[in-house]
Design a binder for this molecule. Sequence first.
Ligand SMILES: [Zn+2]
Length: 193
Amino acid sequence: MRKDQCRQVECQGATIEYRLVRKPVKNINLRIRQELAVVVSANERVPLARVDAFVSAKGPWILKTLERLRSRPVMPALTANPSAAEKRACRMRFQRALERLLPHFTAFGVDMPELKIRTMKSRWGSCAYQKGTITLNSRLMHTPEECLEYVVAHELAHFIHPDHSPSFYGLLSRVMPDHRERKKRLESQGRIL
Ligand SMILES: [Zn+2]
């Protein structure tokens, strides 16, 4: 069973909060999610004091990165109160992107998923592969086509690999060789939270 744990370390007079996830990684991994959460995964065998020390050592970099992320503008929702026409335009644009990208995945047995649109706080999209649905964040309406396409391709690839394994990225690279650049561009557009 996986149990997450919230921990804190002090650095340069600031408190860094992080979420510790125990999983069978080689040693300790640290990443900062775009909703500004610091997530550390560590092997069960690594003692807490070592994990804290690891985060502490990276403290200056973490604080600098959080600062940079916080300074990005927040991507607005579709509108505060989207009209039926705005919702329709959003659905049409998202659906078209889905139809453009689906042919790359049909060879793997992926059928046209049901498209759901929500205004989400921490994700650009999600895929419920068992239910055959893809949910896209309405905030993508404010991003360029190439960024929307990146999210759609990412979620479609989850129908084949429901994880972020090397095979998932291998497939994504085959379908969209420049997916990393597109993701970077998306993240530079603005953050969600
Ligand atoms: Zn994913």
